[in-house]
Design a protein around this ligand. Structure first.
Ligand code: NAD
Ligand code: ZN
Length: 604
């Protein structure tokens, strides 16, 4: 329930102010719905304007009949005749309401003491004396089980000794009520403590109700003043960037790397320093090496180490990762000493994901997205046997899940150790060498031509781009040199997009891959071949490379698509907003329409 009064005293009409193209109250409503935590979400208002606005946006609103003292009264009136169990109030002026906080306040009713809880609310740790002593900031005291003892505008507890070691908490106005508690509140008269402090929830304490508090340190943004609104608008503009492409991201790099032909032989020595008693190393190896003794014999399994062959037939899936994790945890009681991925982007991505899922609960699909992983992964090592994806150095592991194809992008994803041995790439078939190599070339083109480019990305991108030109167009370079250089190009290309983004080719290639199962490298080539309009010089260079190496790029791959398939492809491509924004700038939606995208796909 979102109580929404039109005439707020400090900032009249604030709920109808524009926030990134929509009124504040609509933003709040949508944020609450998007949490998927509630059976129903309603705005309860005294205003026709707000009521109509919510209904026009496809939402549900209720007009409150009476004049009310508080938001709780307004909600109580609305739920009086509804069949509800637990009611949550969401502040109308908190458009960035986080799912985390709401979930915490609801989870309280799943605890052992749920029976005695009448309502739940949130509190945040505060440490700044200015805030502690500010009467606008309501403090709360709790007992050892986090039941509220008292709420006050005074600094409570009062620190006689200023160095006292005590945690202060600020009350946040989010509640989850049992319906009976809320109805009691509505019917019982105000008592002196509530009246003097002007704090609603004191009424519950004054009538002996139990309020369980949960700690939530996520910061919301409350819109109380016109200045807050300006801030919120800025935040909204920056939101995509802070979550997806923070210009000042503090990102991890691979801390250890060995390079050189034959360096693979050093693996046992590297691992022995990381071996823990009775806990195995798990080697995930591309099954193309199944009968290749020259590689398998050099792995030297010790004690209870285990080797699992991984098929790169299809791109990695979250279900495949979950299955591997189950296989490992059911065979070994102790967590492995480490996971070693030996293969291409497919195998390395699986190794990264398995190492994360051995320490984090649930399914890999729960972590697809940016920064959703909480616990450090198991020690993991990446050993590429084909070059170009940059997966050996990147902060992501690209997985197809039940609903999307998206990476687990987190600080815990990058490898702890990488072994770059160019000799391992000797057996790669020519077409595959080209497709995966072009992934690197295209990473550079998209990063270097993108609007997110900065000197950091550029320095890596330019180096990788030059290496690619040498590898794919220079006639004088030896095979050995070419393998070593492609390995480094892949590394630099990966580093270049770490601080930037890919662009048009990747967005469209994800669409192809989702609908037709086209693999990443070849998919990029199919798309890039038709992108003269966006990357003219580089598409010309690409075509030169294709001709020089007599590579076949599949044609007419979209000619037999059904309308549904084509629409799905377009949906998937368009959903990758950061990629488009990088490629075409802020106003990309005006440039890349559905029709335009359709005409491009039909050319492929
Ligand atoms: P891949 O791992 O799918 O392997 C391609 C083929 O080459 C497979 O058949 C494999 O068996 C074979 N192969 C690998 N090494 C070989 C060798 N030495 N000799 C003979 N055959 C060999 O190919 P890829 O292009 O490296 O990886 C594509 C995957 O990487 C995609 O799933 C893509 O999503 C992912 N990717 C990840 C990132 C990232 O940052 N994590 C970046 C780009 C792409
Ligand atoms: Zn790529």
């Amino acid at each position: 329930m979102i109580p929404a009064r039109y005439g707020a005293s400090r900032f009249p009409g604030k709920l109808m102010q524009d926030l990134g193209g929509k009124p504040v109250i609509v933003r709040t409503y949508e944020a609450a719905k998007q949490t998927n935590l509630f059976d129903e979400v309603y705005v309860i208002t005294d205003s026709d304007i707000i009521f109509t606005e919510i209904e026009n946006n496809g939402g549900k609103a209720i007009m409150s009949k009476k004049k009310h003292e508080s938001g709780s009264d307004r909600i109580a009136e609305a739920v009086e005749n509804m069949d509800v169990d637990i009611v949550v109030n969401v502040q109308g002026d908190e458009p960035f309401t986080s799912k985390k906080g709401l979930k915490q306040v609801l989870d309280v009713f799943n605890g052992d003491d749920a029976d005695v809880i009448d309502l739940a609310s949130l509190m945040t740790e505060i440490d700044d004396w200015k805030e502690i002593s500010d009467p606008n900031c309501v403090k709360v005291l709790v007992d050892k089980d986090n039941f509220a003892l008292y709420f006050s505008r005074s600094p409570i507890p009062y620190p006689r000794d200023k160095n006292a070691d005590v945690q202060y908490y600020k009350h946040k106005g989010i509640y989850a009520f049992r319906k009976e508690a809320l109805m009691d509140f509505y019917k019982l008269p105000m008592r002196p403590l509530e009246s003097v402090e002007k704090i609603e929830c004191l009424r519950y304490l004054e009538y002996g109700k139990k309020i369980k508090m949960a700690v939530s340190n996520t910061q919301g943004v409350e819109i109380d003043t016109p200045e807050d609104l300006v801030e919120a608008n800025k935040m909204l503009q920056e939101k995509d960037k802070t979550s997806i492409n923070n210009k000042f991201r503090n990102f991890p790099m691979v801390p250890k790397v060995v390079f050189g032909a034959g360096s693979f032989n050093q693996l046992s020595e590297i691992l022995s320093a990381k071996r823990q008693k009775n806990s195995p190393f798990i080697f995930l190896v591309d099954d193309v090496f199944k009968n290749d003794a020259s590689l398998i014999d050099r792995i030297k399994l010790r004690f209870n180490d285990k080797l699992i062959f991984i098929s790169a037939e299809e791109e990695p899936k979250t279900s495949q990762v979950d299955k591997l994790v189950k296989e490992i945890t059911s065979e070994f009681t102790k967590k492995p000493s480490g996971i070693i991925g030996i293969g291409g982007g497919t195998t390395m991505d699986i190794a990264k994901a398995v190492s994360i899922m051995l320490t984090n609960p649930g399914s890999a699909a729960d972590y697809q997205g940016w920064d959703l992983v909480n616990k450090k992964a198991i020690y993991h090592v990446g050993i590429p046997t084909i070059s170009g994806t940059g997966a050996e150095v990147s902060r992501t592991t690209v997985l197809s899940g039940p609903v999307r194809k998206l990476g687990i992008n987190s600080d815990f994803t990058p490898f702890d150790q990488v072994v770059l041995d160019p000799e391992l790439t000797k057996g790669v078939p020519k077409n595959q060498w080209f497709y995966t190599g072009m992934d690197c070339f295209i990473h550079c083109v998209e990063s270097l031509n993108g609007t997110f480019l900065n000197a950091f990305s550029q320095s890596y991108g330019e180096k990788a781009y030059d290496l690619c030109k040498e590898i794919f167009l220079d006639n004088t370079i030896s095979d050995e040199e070419s393998r070593a250089k492609l390995m480094m190009a892949s590394w630099h290309g990966g580093m270049s997009i770490a601080y930037s983004q890919v662009g048009v080719a990747h967005a469209m290639s994800y669409g192809l891959s989702y609908v037709l199962g086209t693999k990443h490298g070849i998919g990029n080539c199919i798309v890039f071949n038709q992108l003269e309009e966006y990357y003219p010089t580089d598409v010309a260079l690409f075509k030169e490379m294709v001709t020089k190496h007599t590579i076949e790029i599949p044609q007419n791959v979209c000619s037999n698509l059904t309308e549904d398939q084509l629409n799905k492809m377009i949906d998937i491509a368009l959903s990758l907003e950061p990629l488009w924004e990088n490629a075409l700038g802020k106003d990309w939606k005006e440039i890349m329409t559905r029709q335009k995208l359709q005409s491009l796909y039909l050319k492929m």
